[in-house]
Design a protein around this ligand. Structure first.
Ligand SMILES: CC(=O)N[C@@H](CC(=O)O)C(=O)NC[C@H](CC1(C(=O)N[C@@H](Cc2ccc(O)cc2)C(=O)O)CCCC1)C(=O)O
Ligand SMILES: [Zn+2]
Length: 572
């Protein structure tokens, strides 16, 4: 089934329709709080409020152009021919341990994607800001933040980030030390930043692909799920059955027949599709779909659980009126998508599903496991935080086409402590190399998700009567935990997210504490490891890109050998 991307135009028409039929629900005698909420959602339908469908068409066309550039981008390498982002470039970034090869792919992708988007993106921002004015918002960023219904939202996420930064700084220092051992310390700037192309991920947003370079205790056990999956002849369908089994084990419904009929679970061979995984609700209480170019790896198995987590949320609020069929806020939808992975990845659960022979109990294996989790969940935090810091400042007009890239790297250097391995100018447009910018998908939802999923995990594990450390808790087969989760899911967006949070945790605020508690044993170990390190980095980017001596030496030797060759031949 070929699904068009959820273009702004389509969604806007959808929302207009929904607003009309929402009034039918209003007569069903909702309490006036709910009624008020319903009418607020009718008003707050974003771009759809503009009556100028030309404007909407322009926005939709620009979005299609930008995602078109992204999905057609390719890099040609003399060694491997021309490759697209998935699977070719991603495989190299994941598996190569050659500084130069990684650099060629990292720079090549940015030249083939973001660099070609700069002008269109400027028009895109202008068009969105013009349309959003009809809804009474000053700019698109203000509209996007309105979904969190919290006047102090920007400050709240800043405070959460600052509470989590010390943990990130320790992880960064340890990873920097190990990468210096691997690539040689003269490849690293004096400022303490880590070159952005060495993390096993095109955007340095999650680092678990270079776990093999970072293993704390190589002698102790670490699980290599991908190998085990291949060994056990996992196929794509089985991956979806395994995920469905997890959700059903905590009391959720099975996937509908329409799901199995209409989903696109593997990359089609006959046409180009946007391979970026996604989950779709067709709001008919039955037709739910996943679109994913699924391959048999651990990373993909986690993504399967993520996309199915969205589907389970769709299923649990399908009885709500259309305008309440959404996450309590977008971060809750992402938190629900990820929550199961905190149980699924534990050695305990790996043994239950036969992907691990025995559960290690020694503390070294525990540190190995916690480090691997931190390479996804802690490494991500500054990245999840900074994407919309950049975008909100663009929508506000504080950042424009004269300093798009400058501000992007200011944020990357300041918050992630990473720097570009090659010179960057305003000819480049590196934000465009990340899907969510041309795809126009807001991103702070993932930062919120990574905070709230640990709050929920802690609460659900307590509900399940878990006695193990939080990072070894597995809620599989526990319907008490499932019932508590479902209580929140069924609300959809019919109540403020604070009510939904209270339904699971008893609290009404976001808190970084459960995430910090989860990684506490690792933090102690990291501090020990970093005793001799200057942790942290300078707030601004390195002024010069280190020409690694190895590379410099290489070119010097080359120069000498050519000179000698010429002289020898000449005088021979
Ligand atoms: C119709 C529609 O748009 N539906 C929405 C869902 C909804 O709103 O109902 C949807 O399907 N969005 C797609 C998006 C895909 C992915 C993604 O973009 N992930 C982020 C960040 C991240 C990274 C690690 C992680 O563990 C969790 C998140 C990235 O890759 O940078 C890629 C694979 C994982 C999730 C998604 O599922 O969130
Ligand atoms: Zn998601």
């Amino acid at each position: 089934v070929h699904m068009t991307t959820n273009s702004t135009l389509q969604m806007a028409e959808f929302d207009k329709e929904a607003a009309k039929n929402a009034s039918t629900f209003a007569h069903d005698g909702f309490g006036n709080a709910t009624l008020k909420r319903l009418f607020k959602k009718i008003v707050n339908i974003g771009f759809a409020a503009t009556n100028d469908s030309e404007q909407l068409k322009a926005i939709s066309n620009l979005e299609a152009d930008l995602t078109g550039i992204y999905s057609k981008g390719k890099v040609c390498l003399e060694s491997k021919g021309c490759l697209q982002l998935e699977p070719g470039l991603t495989d190299i970034i994941t598996n190569s341990r050659s500084y130069e090869e990684l650099l060629a792919v990292w720079k090549g992708w940015r030249d083939a994607s973001g660099k070609l988007m700069r002008t269109k993106y400027t028009d895109f921002v202008k068009a969105m800001n013009a349309a959003i004015k009809f809804s009474g918002f000053n700019d698109t960023g203000e509209y996007w933040r309105s979904w969190y219904e919290t006047p102090t939202f920007e400050q709240d996420v800043r405070t959460l980030f600052e509470e989590l930064e010390p943990l990130y700084v320790e992880l960064h220092a340890y990873v920097r030390k190990r990468l210096k051992e691997k690539y040689g310390k003269d490849m690293f700037p004096e400022t303490g930043h880590i070159p952005a192309h060495l993390f096993g991920n095109m955007w340095a947003q999650q680092w678990s692909n270079i776990y093999d370079l970072l293993v704390p205790f190589p002698g102790a056990s670490s699980v290599d799920i991908t190998a085990k999956m291949k060994e056990q002849n996992y196929n794509v369908t089985h991956m979806y059955r395994v995920a469905e089994d997890f959700f059903m084990s905590i009391g959720m419904e099975k996937m509908t027949d329409a799901f199995w009929q209409n989903s696109m679970l593997v990359k089609p061979t006959d046409r180009d599709v946007v391979c970026h995984a996604s989950a779709w609700d067709f709001y008919d209480e039955n037709d739910f779909r996943i679109k994913q170019c699924t391959s048999v790896t651990e990373d993909q198995l986690l993504t399967v659980h993520h996309e199915m987590g969205h589907i389970v949320y769709f299923q649990n609020y399908r009885h709500q009126p259309r305008l309440f069929r959404g996450g309590a806020n977008p971060g809750f939808h992402e938190g629900m998508a990820d929550i199961v992975s905190l149980s699924f990845q534990t050695p305990e659960h790996m043994k239950v599903i036969g992907l691990l022979d025995e559960v290690p109990q020694d503390s070294d294996s525990d540190i190995n496991f916690l480090l691997k989790m931190a390479l996804d969940k802690v490494a991500f935090l500054p990245f999840g935080y900074l994407i919309d810091q950049w975008r909100w400042s663009v929508f506000r007009g504080d950042t424009n086409s004269s300093n798009y890239n400058q501000h992007w790297w200011d944020l990357r250097c300041r918050f992630q402590g990473i720097s570009s391995p090659v010179k960057r100018t305003e000819e480049d447009f590196d934000p465009g190399a990340k899907y969510h910018i041309p795809g126009n998908t807001p991103y702070i939802r993932y930062f919120v998700s990574f905070v709230v999923q640990f709050q929920w995990h802690e609460a659900l594990c307590r509900e399940a009567g878990n006695t193990r450390p939080l990072h070894r808790c597995d809620i599989y087969n526990n319907t008490n935990a499932g019932n508590k989760l479902r209580e929140m899911l069924r609300m959809g967006s019919s109540k403020p997210w604070q009510d939904a949070m209270e339904a699971i945790t008893g609290q009404r605020t976001m808190s970084a504490k459960p995430l910090v508690n989860y990684f506490d044993p690792l933090l102690k170990w990291l501090k020990e490891q970093n005793k001799e390190e200057n942790t942290g980095w300078s707030a601004s980017c390195p002024s010069s890109i280190p020409t690694p001596s190895a590379l410099a030496a290489g070119s010097a030797n080359l120069f000498i050998s050519i000179t000698c060759f010429v002289l020898c031949v000449f005088f021979a």
